[in-house]
Write a protein that binds this ligand. Sequence first.
Ligand code: UGA
Length: 341
Amino acid sequence: MTSDLAGARILVTGAAGFIGFHCAGALLAAGAEVVGMDNLNAYYDPALKEARVELLSRHSRFALHRQDLAAPGAAAAIAALRADYVLHLAAQAGVRYSLTDPAAYLKSNMDGFLSVLEACRAAPPKHLVYASSSSVYGLNAALPFSEHAGADHPLSLYAATKRANELMAHTYAHLFGLPSSGLRFFTVYGPWGRPDMAYWRFTRAILAGETVELYAAAEMQRDLTYVDDVVAAILRLLPLAPAGDPGFDATRPDPASSTAPYRVLNIGNHTPVPLPELLATIEQACGRRANVVHKPRQPGDGLRTWAAVDDLAALTGFAPRTRLADGMARFVAWYRAHHGA
Ligand code: UGA
């Protein structure tokens, strides 16, 4: 399937970000031409983003456009690229930070996404694939989380913007026939990852002999997903644009389907991990124990995540399956090498 991507021109927004960097590298390896777009903002250390871009830029089929997707003229700049496929991964990420700077989420995730949609309206790609989030499941407690259940009770503004993106994509699928797939990522981790996430913070603190903060450890579990699995799923999905479902029953609408070419899909490991087990796995990979301080559940955090992956497997013949201990050992090895720790 990935052979469909050889020679294709693919726009990857957020190419300097964690998942975008990995996808861009894999797309280049599959023979695609990759146009990266990123504003390299300072939500976390821009040097990490620069280092990712430096690696990608060694490839002759990669170019980076430094562009803020929420800025005026962004839609025209994207449309001018005439991409065959658009992989939109740029966003203001992070659940808890959306309580600190809510405006950043509206700007990046709403205005930025509108720019992408308007660009796709003007210069239609074969398929728009964009990042949604497991956090859209919010208050839902029926596990594993299914795309066929509603997702209408978000717990953070971050989650609300990601759910809003799915709804916006549906309108463009309906109005303009833009085929799109919204990918609900489940706590993605791995080398070249995001310093604001728990696994990175735990690793950094353990290796520096600092204190690890555990939020509501007894209650929390996450379906942590290794980045290579996410990339493998995305490469299989890109050529598979959805079509409208002629059997769609509008009197009992399935949230995961439509008459329009619209799809939402979980990408998760299908293996929920309690927070103390995540910490123990990282301690093992670091070969050191953590100094732990227990803190209450943080506002905006969901309790448990667990992805149903039947739809992903049926569509692509693939579902993530990397064991946490294996993926985390690779992350810690990378972290040590990258930081000389
Ligand atoms: C992560 C990403 O940050 C989001 O961008 C993404 O959309 C989301 O996954 C998703 O899957 O939808 P989250 O699951 O909250 O969000 O991941 P972490 O920030 O790594 O937090 C995981 C757990 O560790 C949470 O229960 C959190 O409260 C806890 N945590 C976090 C701690 O106990 N201590 C910390 O220092 C940080």
